[in-house]
Write a protein that binds this ligand. Structure first.
Ligand code: ASP
Ligand code: MG
Length: 443
């Protein structure tokens, strides 16, 4: 079995869905299982509609118009999605009455995108000659916890999924399964998090023990840098699970950060491909990453913006075992997720994403020493195999950044040998990434 996940841009409209049809048609002998996102833009429209409804204005028109244009383009029956439209309008009306949109109702609202797109795709496929059926993933046993907005399937979901899949999906049918969404045991709709369809793709691949999980997107696989910023960015033919996880986490912008977890667990190769260039080999992500480990190369540069740095200075740190434990305990209780850390004898600096709850954590930390918080920072992450062992890499990186007039405020080189992280100001990203890309890939 082959899991093929298509992202929002891949199923954006009838033109794109036609491309998807051809791609799936070419793989029928491999028993494709399709997992799909909503059409590009629809999830955002649903979020906006939810926010507007919370202010008292229930209006589903944007979403309905978009869906109608896709229906028309694909030649579907114009009233095919009417029950969904009615249900959506009811939900928005409900939200507008209570004037509040909880994460729970936001998940229910966002689920419409995938539920509708999968119906359209399956209908289109069937009429064009691939017998196909749409499935809401919960009908295949994908039951999650109730962490709305970042739900995870229940432990052991794989067996249930396999059983339901075998029971419900006829052998001669290509299933088109909703990405991104799930349901709790109590029947409440959840989502695995924004951009989470990739993650659903590998979760399904793991459950079905698929030979491979293809992630179809709009770039030539994983690139050496964000192609929207770096025109010269190149496709990376192969990479390891570890490298790709590091990249996904640091805003590689192709994969959802959790995508590789299920693939690693079952050792299922993940192949990132371009729907607009189906013959391009893309990137294949495997355990070994294809090359022998001693081969020292930089694979890619990623970055994540809007980070904050918390610095705690305290003479009490000196020779005091357990001090950092207290610091992390405090941050943990306030749900502050730390990425980079740098310590000296009397101070510790830690980065995390900027968010509102930081203030409370900082207030508590102030009882331990002097605390400063700097915001509008970015983490740049240079990922590769054996980054640690590459003599001169540090010199290349720092020279390039100095020449670009970028100040590096913090450095961390992971013991995992695959990443070198640097902290710079958000404003410097536009200078730093091109300079690094030139120094590391064009030399
Ligand atoms: N449609 C969802 C989103 O826009 C999930 C996805 O596309 O991966 O976040
Ligand atoms: Mg995506």
């Amino acid at each position: 079995m082959l899991v093929m996940k298509f992202g929002g841009s891949s199923v954006a409209d009838a033109t794109q869905i036609k491309k998807v049809f051809e791609i799936v048609k070419g793989r029928l002998s491999r028993r494709p299982v399709v997992v799909s996102s909503a059409h590009k833009g629809v999830t955002n429209m649903l979020v906006d509609a939810g926010k507007k409804a919370a202010k008292g204005q229930a209006d589903a028109n944007h979403v309905i118009e978009k869906q109608r244009s896709v229906l028309k383009g694909c030649g579907c029956k114009p009233d095919m999605l009417d029950p969904f439209f009615r249900e959506l309008e009811d939900l928005l009306r409900g939200i507008s009455l209570v004037r509040e949109v909880s994460t729970r109702s936001m998940d229910a609202l966002m689920s419409f995108g995938e539920r509708m797109s999968c119906r359209v795709i399956a209908d289109y496929f069937t009429r064009l000659g691939i017998k196909s059926e749409a499935f809401d993933i919960w009908d295949l046993g994908f039951i999650t916890d109730n962490h709305f907005g970042s739900a995870r399937p229940l432990k052991g979901y794989e067996a249930t999924f396999r059983k339901e899949f075998d029971r419900r999906v006829p052998k001669d049918v290509v299933p088109v399964i909703t990405g991104f969404i799930g349901k709790t045991n109590e029947g409440e709709i959840t989502t695995v998090g924004r951009n989470g369809s990739d993650f659903t793709g590998t979760l399904v691949a793991a459950a079905l023990d698929a030979v491979e999980c293809e992630i179809w997107t709009d770039t030539d696989g994983v690139m050496t840098a964000d192609p929207s910023m770096i025109k010269e960015a190149k496709s990376i033919p192969q990479m390891s699970f570890a490298e790709a996880s590091e990249l996904a986490y640091y805003g590689g912008r192709v994969l959802h950060p959790s995508t590789l977890i299920p693939a690693v667990k079952r050792n299922i190769p993940v192949r990132v491909l371009n729907t607009n260039k189906p013959d391009h080999p893309g990137t294949v992500i495997t355990e070994s990453g294809g090359k022998p480990d001693k081969h020292a190369t930089v694979t890619s540069i990623a970055y994540v913006e809007h980070q904050a740095v918390i610095t705690l200075e305290s003479p009490a740190m000196l020779g005091q075992p357990g001090f950092l434990a207290k610091v992390f305990d405090t941050l943990g209780r306030h749900k502050v997720d730390i990425d980079m850390i740098s310590t000296s004898e009397v101070s510790v600096s830690m980065t995390c994403a900027e968010h509102d709850k930081l203030n409370e954590a900082v207030k508590e930390l102030e009882s331990m020493g002097r605390v400063t918080v700097t915001v509008e920072r970015s983490i740049i992450c240079v990922v590769g195999k054996n980054v640690q062992a590459q003599k001169g890499l540090g010199a290349t990186v720092f020279t390039a950044l100095r020449d670009a007039n970028v100040n590096v405020e913090m450095i961390s080189q992971g013991a995992n040998k695959i990443n070198l992280s640097l902290l710079v100001a958000d404003d410097d990203i536009k200078k730093a990434i091109p300079a690094l890309h030139k120094a590391l890939f064009d030399a």
